[in-house]
Design a protein around this ligand. Structure first.
Ligand SMILES: Nc1ncnc2c1ncn2[C@@H]1O[C@H](COP(=O)(O)OP(=O)(O)OP(=O)(O)O)[C@@H](O)[C@H]1O
Ligand SMILES: [Mg+2]
Length: 235
């Protein structure tokens, strides 16, 4: 199983004591790896450390076989690592298309329009409203737009922090189907998700965190029945 991205024994915090204590995760090519864990477990902190927003005090982040520990987010975007933050925003006064174009800031100018078109082809929920201002979209459509924008840089791996938060189960399902489409297009995914039941249906691999540590990880098919995951599933 070829790995696109992995974290090895990351120790990282904000200003105080470490929040993550030697946390590891492997993101294989062509797969969706879901990160589960209760509130405050350190899921977002792990995501931020892997995209260069936080500098680890221990451990390494590898992109294929290259050590990218400590590289900033802009450098990582150019190497194909995309990130959708937990508190994401679209530009309300800009249209869907303009939002996508903003997301393509690392591309050659001449390539942006074509890329926006091919990203929109993956997002039927947005395509019909591509001329609308983002603030005129539903909350769910805005999440779709934020997800679509992440793809504008043509990433090899995308880290999505709770892309379905706050959505109705029905629309969350739609977003997950969209995530499956993205995976089918060849992008490896690491997805932080609160809804473990829904996540397990779409995950290939699962990594469970608790209190800043690895709790368990492995193929979703094997973990579905395990006790630790069951505990998380019931909250
Ligand atoms: N900017 C920050 N400064 C200081 N501490 C922070 C900061 N962000 C998060 N923390 C702390 O780090 C710990 C882990 O937070 P993190 O956001 O990584 O958890 P999470 O698993 O993503 O939780 P949630 O499911 O609520 O999003 C928490 O104790 C939190 O208070
Ligand atoms: Mg979080």
């Amino acid at each position: 199983m070829a790995l696109i991205l992995c974290a090895e024994a990351l120790t990282v915090g904000y200003d105080g004591p470490p929040i993550l204590d030697r946390v590891s995760i492997e993101i294989p090519e062509g797969m969706t790896t879901v990160v589960l864990g209760p509130n405050g477990a350190g899921k977002s902190t792990l995501a931020k450390a892997m995209v260069g927003l936080l500098r680890p005090t221990g451990g390494r982040v590898l992109l294929r076989d290259q050590d990218i520990t400590g590289l900033g987010p802009h450098k990582l975007v150019r190497r194909g690592v995309a990130y959708l933050p937990q508190l994401m925003n679209v530009f309300g006064d800009m249209s869907v298309i303009e939002n996508l174009e903003m997301g393509g800031y690392t591309l050659r100018r001449g390539a942006v329009g074509g890329r926006a078109k091919s990203v929109l082809e993956l997002f039927p929920d947005l395509a019909a409203d591509h001329g609308k201002k983002a603030r005129a979209l539903s909350g769910g459509q805005q999440k779709m737009l934020a997800l679509a924008r992440v793809l504008m840089t043509d990433p090899v791996v995308a880290i999505l922090d709770e892309p379905t938060a706050g959505l109705s189960p029905l629309y969350a399902d739609r977003v997950w189907e969209q995530i499956d489409t993205v995976r089918a297009a060849g992008v490896a995914l690491m997805v932080v998700e609160q809804n473990a039941v829904m996540a397990m249906e779409h995950a290939d691999m699962v990594c469970v965190l608790g209190q800043g540590r690895n709790v368990t990880s492995g193929p979703a098919a094997e973990l579905r029945d395990r006790e630790e995951v069951a505990r998380i599933l019931v909250g």
